[in-house]
Design a protein around this ligand. Structure first.
Ligand SMILES: [Zn+2]
Length: 314
């Protein structure tokens, strides 16, 4: 099955063309400074047309277009229900019509972490599992769950996809979602600079001299022996591990897949989270395996094939 796919990330939009589990070709559009999704649609259209041309595939040969979106999305209604300060006009746009008019294709939209889970389960780190959760660590923290081979969606399309907004500290910091002490508010890309600033000794740390603190820099300085960087890294690892245990208690998975940019430091993260899960998760059958995502930044694109194949109204 041939399919077109888009992954609407916080800083860039991934575009891809797939043949079943093979990503034939992909490209990336910078969306950092884009004010709205509607202003990006012409660029997105031309990026997809380029991919079709480069692969010698026509739009008619494709089974559809799938979009992974960072927000609450109801694939059954074909609607984006809620966004968090990114592509806010998407709720008003008729993207189904856009896909039909521009490419003659049917459209399916889904939350981006759910798409990543579908991708990893179909073509990546969890092919052997029908019961898994996905955690994507990036600017925010995405979550998704599959139970007995079925992607969890719930009555209002919110089930499983708010994993990053499970509270890990009720005395913690306010989150963008309105809650307090969410995993995201305690250890995600957007909250990291504040977490570091609040760490005792920050002023004397190399971290204080960085204009843009991200996880890559944090892990590098921790490896170099900067004490504050080590403390902040330890704090983040504990937040992610607590988040993993919360998801295990909620959804009873066999596998926890962790993806996102920070997995450049996969070995440190996997070892810590796996140990923590072994020690603290209440499971009566064994210990869920903590695995790194295999498909990297392309996981959500790979979710296009299973999403477009799914019978949504069985
Ligand atoms: Zn939150």
């Amino acid at each position: 099955m041939l399919a077109l796919a888009l992954d609407m990330g916080g800083t860039h939009i991934g575009c891809g063309i797939l043949d079943d589990e093979t990503l034939l070709r992909s490209s990336s559009l910078d969306s950092q400074r884009a004010e709205s999704l509607s202003s990006l649609l012409p660029c997105i259209e031309s990026a997809l047309r380029d991919l079709l041309k480069q692969t010698g595939v026509s739009a008619e040969q494709c089974a559809g277009l799938a979009i992974g979106f960072p927000g609450i999305v109801d694939v059954r209604e074909g609607k984006i229900l809620s966004t968090l300060k990114k592509y806010e006009d998407a709720i008003e746009l008729d993207l189904e019509r856009w896909a039909r008019d521009r490419f003659g294709l049917r459209l399916r939209m889904e939350n981006d972490a759910r798409m990543a889970l579908l991708g990893e389960q179909y073509a990546g780190a969890a092919r052997d599992s029908r019961d898994l959760v996905m955690i994507t660590l990036g600017t925010g923290i995405g979550g998704a769950a599959m139970i007995m081979g079925k992607l969890l969606r719930g009555a209002h399309a919110q089930a499983g996809c708010l994993g990053g907004h499970l509270p890990v500290d009720f005395r913690g910091h306010p989150c963008t979602c309105g809650n307090i002490g969410c995993a995201e508010a305690e250890a995600a890309g957007w909250s990291l600079p504040r977490i570091a600033r609040e760490m005792p000794g920050f002023e004397g740390s190399r971290l204080s001299s960085l204009s843009d603190l991200d996880f890559r820099a944090l892990f590098e300085w921790a490896d170099c022996g900067d004490d504050v960087a080590r403390s902040v890294r330890e704090h983040c690892l504990r937040v992610w591990a607590a988040n993993a245990v919360a998801l295990i208690h909620a959804y009873d998975p066999e596998v926890v897949v962790i993806g996102g940019g920070v997995m450049q430091s996969a070995s440190v993260i996997l070892r810590f989270v796996q140990e923590y899960v072994k020690k603290h998760a209440w499971t009566c059958w064994g210990t869920p395996q903590v695995r790194a995502a295999k498909l990297g930044g392309n996981a959500a694109l790979h979710g296009a094939t299973p999403l477009l194949s799914e019978n949504l109204h069985p």
